[in-house]
Design a protein around this ligand. Sequence first.
Ligand SMILES: Cc1ncc(COP(=O)(O)O)c(C=O)c1O
Length: 458
Amino acid sequence: MKRHGTMTVNEDGHLVIGGCDTVDLVKEFGSPLYVMDEDLLRQNCRAFHKAFIEGIPGGEVAYASKAFCCLAMLRLAAQEDLGIDVVSSGELYTALAAGADPSRIDFNGNNKTPDEIRYALENRVGRIIVDNFTEIQLIDEIAGSMGLRPMVLLRVQPGIEAHTHEYIQTGKIDSKFGLSISTGQAMEALHLMHAKEHMELVGIQCHIGSQVFEVESFAQTARIMASFMAYASDNLGFHLPEINLGGGFGVYYREGDTPVTPADFAKAIYEALQEELSRHNHPMPRRISIEPGRAIVGNAGTTLYTVGSIKTIPRVRTYVAIDGGMGDNPRPALYQAKYEMCLANKMTAANQIVASVAGKCCESGDMLLWDASMPWVETGDILAISTTGAYNYSMASNYNRIAKPAVVMVSGGKAHIIVKRETFEDIVRNDLIPEHLLWDHGHQWQKLTLPKGQVPVD
Ligand SMILES: Cc1ncc(COP(=O)(O)O)c(C=O)c1O
């Protein structure tokens, strides 16, 4: 497993993150456990800040909170002077509660409810990214009823699909996000938005995909967006001053992944915009935003599990089962995501076997890794999976009523719990038993006294 950030190995042969022995972390906080490397989080935030906010005139970085959302993370992002991208009122609530500056919050999403729009407007979020025609109407009505005129951008589909090492320029119009440039719907929407009294149209936004490693994918997107911007400005009769290119910056998950630095992305994007806009005789945007999520938090996260049962099917495969799985990391089951692992308590042992890591959920697809090389593994070993900082905790579920793990943030030998481990009480917190279900029958019908006598009754 590649060592990220502050990872080292101590004299006991244990994996150390943020100066904390991971075996001790499991002893203290239990398992599974998400561990976030605070120094690496800050380093990632600062690399984006330096490249885009300090490095580009009008540059802005809004951390895409969907990647990992909790109070401490959004506080850290705000402390590092990043804006925040949210896609729901839950994420917005968290950002506000963490003290983020509302004027630097972007509200994204393909189906904002009237309540969400009202909530965003009440809290004066900086910008709303409009996804579709229904929203244009809705935002105009709600903003009008509140006497407001929010800044809005239109989410467009530029016709680029980027996947890891390549981009495909497509005429793809079949997407639930945004409105396509090629169908003419994006232009139609801009005309409508421009005409609305209760919104201030300031620009366009797009998001081309995830895990993108090619600067050229972003450069090409910037060219298409700039050229559409120029065309739209000419049509609308005024300059659209803002452009937002979304997220998607790739991170290292396993061998072969080759992340590009934020500085290289920033340079490519800025030069492409300059080149294209000067060709159209248009000024540069006053604001050039991006929304990185994974690239800020992905490699700062490591999940620690305890090995339970080990099953070898002769001449077929060895299954190493851990005490978590798709509940805390649904990505392998959802889209065959690949990871690297190590045995955190046996870092100096040589790899000896090939085995597959199984989760404990009742799904055959609950496998975290297939055919991974590892040292001789035993029940009780601590198995670590790296690069779990993004889309793990934020996508976790309680499937099989398994409690969600705690999250600790580590730095300088200190570990702070930033999300508490769920308890059994948390698991049944919102459950109610209607009165008529309390009657039980033994010899005769009798009203059941529930264990603990404290389960809430409807
Ligand atoms: C509009 C938008 N912005 C930003 C992101 C964050 O992407 P990533 O975490 O890959 O940087 C996403 C991810 O889905 C998105 O849809």
